[in-house]
Design a protein around this ligand. Structure first.
Ligand SMILES: *[C@@H]1O[C@H](CO)[C@@H](O)[C@H](O)[C@H]1NC(C)=O
Ligand SMILES: *[C@@H]1O[C@H](CO)[C@@H](O)[C@H](O)[C@H]1NC(C)=O
Ligand SMILES: *[C@@H]1O[C@H](CO)[C@@H](O)[C@H](O)[C@H]1NC(C)=O
Ligand SMILES: *[C@@H]1O[C@H](CO)[C@@H](O)[C@H](O)[C@H]1NC(C)=O
Ligand SMILES: *[C@@H]1O[C@H](CO)[C@@H](O)[C@H](O)[C@H]1NC(C)=O
Ligand SMILES: *[C@@H]1O[C@H](CO)[C@@H](O)[C@H](O)[C@H]1NC(C)=O
Ligand SMILES: *[C@@H]1O[C@H](CO)[C@@H](O)[C@H](O)[C@H]1NC(C)=O
Ligand SMILES: *[C@@H]1O[C@H](CO)[C@@H](O)[C@H](O)[C@H]1NC(C)=O
Ligand SMILES: *[C@@H]1O[C@H](CO)[C@@H](O)[C@H](O)[C@H]1NC(C)=O
Ligand SMILES: *[C@@H]1O[C@H](CO)[C@@H](O)[C@H](O)[C@H]1NC(C)=O
Ligand SMILES: *[C@@H]1O[C@H](CO)[C@@H](O)[C@H](O)[C@H]1NC(C)=O
Ligand SMILES: *[C@@H]1O[C@H](CO)[C@@H](O)[C@H](O)[C@H]1NC(C)=O
Length: 823
């Protein structure tokens, strides 16, 4: 470096040329000073000096040229910033880029694969800064390229991985903070040795492996389907191991980033909001914490608790296991006995950690099995590539960790089991089969009987039909309604049965008023308790909401959504029949001084998490993807075990895969829970539900409802109060007295923090529900919330809480004031 410095001082005297605007190259006679930039030929990227966030230090960086938010995708001198703007960049005759400070000391330099003759540096439209021979633009012959030294961002065309011949290891490392691009706590790299796997580490601790690449996707990312936006691909062969991706529409700005808190996420520039929106976070839920369930444990994100032991295994330490300390994992029920062992097939899984696995791409599953059978220390085998019926062989010789269970797109693995264990499992299976067969015969018999009976009934009715008025409760079957029912495959209840169950809709059975009519409790003849929501006949209103609810809820099934059992549509009676929730709705419990004493913190925390999962399902995992639009305490019901279930889908809307936001002229919902952009502009998105969720979380912690909240000291609503306490570092004062003693302080504070993140004024700032679920379930650092929306709302709007506020209200002067203040 010393020699280089002297050499540079000499060449300095000769060259004082500064680069002029709008060039994409730098040659050996030019200098790039602070203020100068190089712009790629298509105007997409720019190279220059840059100060991230609030920092005043200077870094040589590449950023997107076309957008107003300066976003560095690559930084040269990550560890050693310049302290002032007197630095400059130069290309030496040897083809080495050097960054010098005011004293001509080298702050950073590139290197070169071979001596150069007439080098030139060029910024390409891909965001790659290259050094090449001036007369040779063959990409194979580059002297150096920035793509080989990535920071935290993977751009289209970059390779994340290794060249096994040269030893070049291109890996990502997170920034320390938005103001500091130096190496943070997280790295993401291909680890080779056994089967090459991408591993995300925090320091030296493994946090998340997406799982072995199976030809289509990483084994642990079943939700990453082929899509129209991008294609991920992975190459694993003798010379190279890497991950890369291609964007299908290169006018869209999109990048993968290893965030400061260790999330591997895709960000996409959104013109409308002029910001980077999170498009995908690869880590989805708790199960993506590496080896959460220990050896031979299996993680199912939609189950609580998430961990269970694989078939044939039991918890190693049952006490720890029951206390949710799963790290010790599971042990075999029956020890192995090499010579007689067999294999049990598990389907729908994420393959275990395979960093120590042996593999061969050209073997068949049969050969693979033979190899594993022969070697007593082989614990499992599977195909590597799942395309075309499967090929290749992957063998494990260690305890299996990091297995997950998926409902779709999981893989198959064959795990070694003692022969006697296999026999047992086999006998249980055959018993089950027998039971299924018996059940099938029963169903068949019943079906035959029913068909027969219906025929008799039908003939009988046909004869009776001449006498009108006799059988008013027998289906009138307006063919229209019937078709609708058939489309939805919704069981139809007989009116007579409902009349009987609710004691003819007696007042004593009335539970309350739902979105579009009264709700009654009922007990069917077979003892099943139901809740019946009856569309009121008088008002003539509510039919739309009724239909809407049927359409939206009929196909949904999740443990945190109330289950629709069927409907009853006869004549002008229209009713929906639900499972009955003995513990009523959340508002009865948390807002009532005596009732709330019975709701301790673990229950409340379970309720918060349950609502979050239910909402996540609506937003992301349900087939239609749904925005609820009226989430509030009154619409969260509790079952006998106090599990929360979201109800009332009368105002719900589904949205397409792409469109996550819509505009409506009619603003509906409940004040106090409504996000500002929705109440004011009628703009609703999943983020408006997130807002309502945040309000709900704060209410559950505090025990007061947002709109009714009154604090003696100041005129703030609950959101404002929570925000003020948070800012003053006194969040714990927000906690309801009923739970001060039972509350796990870190969980309570975390919930408040997440609640505040959800009610931030700007929808882009709010997390989506998968982030929320993850933030609630983890211990990592959380971002700082900004000011909540509507936090002075109590002074501004004082309309009574209504389920259907009209446009008129929104144009009132009060609201306009609220809007300009909030902006
Ligand atoms: C470098 O570029 C400048 C401007 O295009 C040109 O005048 C100069 O001759 C070039 N130097 C070399 C060594 O090519
Ligand atoms: C910037 O200032 C810090 C602290 O004074 C010093 O350690 C560092 O070396 C300086 N950086 C450069 C490039 O001079
Ligand atoms: C180039 O520099 C990097 C980092 O300074 C170093 O790891 C690498 O071995 C160097 N490559 C060559 C070809 O000198
Ligand atoms: C570039 O120029 C050098 C010497 O001027 C020559 O040896 C080399 O063959 C040239 N390369 C190409 C690709 O033209
Ligand atoms: C990185 O780790 C250190 C030590 O564990 C911790 O103090 C720091 O907050 C972490 N930084 C981030 C950005 O997570
Ligand atoms: C490995 O894959 C790369 C990229 O597809 C290819 O260029 C290279 O030739 C392959 N090497 C071998 C040995 O197949
Ligand atoms: C690419 O995206 C832009 C902006 O969204 C759009 O205008 C254009 O039609 C898209 N091109 C293709 C080929 O889909
Ligand atoms: C995961 O748990 C859910 C909820 O208990 C259950 O319905 C589902 O079948 C489980 N998935 C697998 C693959 O076992
Ligand atoms: C879980 O159990 C292991 C072994 O008994 C112990 O070392 C570890 O500290 C426990 N973890 C927690 C979070 O209690
Ligand atoms: C293993 O199985 C063989 C054959 O059934 C039997 O003779 C042997 O005793 C078994 N060994 C153990 C340790 O169970
Ligand atoms: C992989 O399997 C094929 C077919 O069985 C065999 O020919 C080849 O030698 C194996 N490769 C290695 C590295 O074992
Ligand atoms: C079984 O496989 C392990 C790991 O590859 C190897 O070390 C061992 O020698 C093998 N044993 C036999 C009997 O082949």
């Amino acid at each position: 470096m010393e020699g280089l410095g002297i050499l540079l001082v000499c060449s300095f005297l000769l060259s004082h040329l500064t680069i002029s605007a709008a060039v994409d190259t730098l040659n050996t006679t030019q200098l790039m000073r602070d203020g100068d930039t190089i712009v790629s030929a298509g105007g997409r990227f720019e190279l220059g000096f840059f100060s991230p966030g609030a920092s005043r230090k200077k870094y040589l960086a590449i950023w997107y040229k076309q957008i107003p938010v300066k976003t560095a995708v690559w930084v040269a001198n990550r560890e050693l910033p310049l302290n002032d703007s007197s630095g400059f960049l130069k290309l030496t005759k040897q083809g080495i880029l050097v960054l010098l400070d005011r004293n001509r000391r080298t702050v950073w330099s590139s290197n070169s694969s071979r001596p150069a003759r007439n080098p030139v540096a060029q910024l390409l439209d891909s965001g790659n800064l290259i050094v090449r021979e001036e007369n040779d633009s063959n990409p194979e012959n580059l002297l150096w390229q920035s793509f080989d030294y990535p920071c935290d961002t993977l751009l289209q065309g970059m390779k994340l991985g290794r060249n096994l011949i040269t030893g070049l290891d291109r890996y990502l490392s997170s920034w320390k903070s938005p103001d500091d691009p130096s190496h943070g706590n997280f790295t993401y790299r291909f680890e080779v040795g056994g089967f090459p796997e991408l591993i995300l580490r925090e320091g030296s601790v493994v946090r998340f492996p997406p799982g072995p690449w199976n030809g289509l996707r990483f084994s642990g990312t079943p939700e990453l389907r082929p899509n129209k936006f991008f294609t991920v691909s992975v190459v694993i062969n003798e010379t190279e191991v890497y991950d890369t991706y291609e964007l299908h529409n290169s006018t869209i700005l999109s990048r993968m980033v290893l965030s400061q808190n260790g999330l591997w996420e895709r960000l996409t520039w959104t013109d409308r909001t002029q910001s980077w929106e999170v498009f995908v976070i690869v880590q989805m839920d708790n199960c993506d914490n590496y080896a959460l369930c220990g050896a031979y444990g299996s993680c199912n994100a939609s189950n609580t608790p998430e961990c269970s032991c694989l078939k044939g295994f039991v918890p190693q330490f049952p006490k720890n296991w029951d206390a949710k300390n799963w790290s010790n994992g599971c042990a075999r029920k029956t020890p192995l006995n090499c010579s007689t062992d067999g294999f049990l097939k598990f389907s729908g899984v994420k393959l275990p950690d395979s960093r120590k696995s042996w593999f061969n791409y050209s073997m068949t599953l049969e050969e693979c099995k033979n190899l594993c059978t022969k070697n007593c220390s082989c614990t499992a085998y599977s195909n590597i590539d799942i395309r075309d019926g499967g090929s290749g062989c992957l063998l494990w010789f260690v305890d299996l960790v990091d297995i997950q269970q998926f409902t779709e797109n999981g893989q198959e693995i064959y795990i070694r089991m003692a022969a006697s264990e296999l026999d047992q499992i086999e006998s249980i299976k055959s018993k089950e089969k027998e039971r299924v067969r018996v059940a099938f015969v029963c169903v068949l018999t019943a079906a035959v009987l029913i068909v027969g009976l219906s025929l008799v009934l039908y003939l009988w009715r046909k004869r009776y039909h001449e006498k009108p008025g006799l059988l008013t409760y027998v289906p009138e079957s307006s063919s229209n309604v019937k078709n609708q029912n058939e489309d939805l495959e919704l069981p139809s209840f007989d009116l007579a049965a409902i009349v009987f169950a609710t004691d003819n809709f007696s007042m004593k059975n009335k539970l309350g008023e739902g979105g579009f009519g009264a709700v009654y409790k009922g007990i069917l003849k077979d003892g099943l308790e139901i809740a019946v929501k009856r569309l009121s006949k008088s008002s003539g209103q509510g039919l739309d909401e009724f239909k809407n609810e049927v359409i939206h809820i009929a196909k949904l099934k999740h443990r945190n959504l109330v289950e629709l059992l069927g409907c009853c549509i006869q004549g002008d009676e229209k009713m929906l029949i639900y499972e009955f929730m003995p513990n009523k709705s959340l508002d009865f419990l948390i807002f009532d001084e005596t009732q709330s004493m019975s709701l301790d913190w673990p229950m409340r925390y379970n309720i918060i998490n349950g609502i979050a999962r239910g909402l996540l399902y609506l937003h992301q995992d349900s087939r239609q993807r749904i925005i609820h639009r009226d989430l509030k305490a009154a619409n969260v019901l509790l079952d006998s075990e106090m599990n929360p279930k979201i109800s009332d889908f009368g105002l719900a809307r589904s949205f397409g895969d792409k469109e996550t936001e819509a505009n409506t002229r009619k603003v509906v919902g409940t004040y106090g829970y409504m996000a500002p952009e929705y109440a004011i502009d009628g703009l609703y998105s999943i983020k408006s539900d997130v807002f309502s969720f945040g309000v709900l979380v704060l209410e559950i912690v505090n025990g007061n409802c947002n709109r009714g909240f009154c604090h003696p000291d100041h005129q703030l609503n609950l959101l404002g109060h929570a925000w003020r306490l948070f800012a003053e570092g006194k969040s714990f004062e927000l906690v309801a007295s009923a739970i001060r003693d039972t509350g796990n302080a870190s969980e309570v504070l975390r919930s408040i923090h997440v609640g505040l993140l959800c009610v931030q004024h700007s929808p882009e700032d709010r997390p989506n529900m998968s982030n929320v679920v993850m933030m609630l379930g983890s211990q990592g650092p959380l971002p700082q919330p900004r000011q909540p929306g509507f936090f002075n709302e109590r002074d501004l709007v004082d309309q009574s809480s209504s389920s259907s506020a009209s446009q008129k209200l929104l144009s009132s002067n009060d609201f306009t004031i609220g809007m300009s203040e909030a902006r």
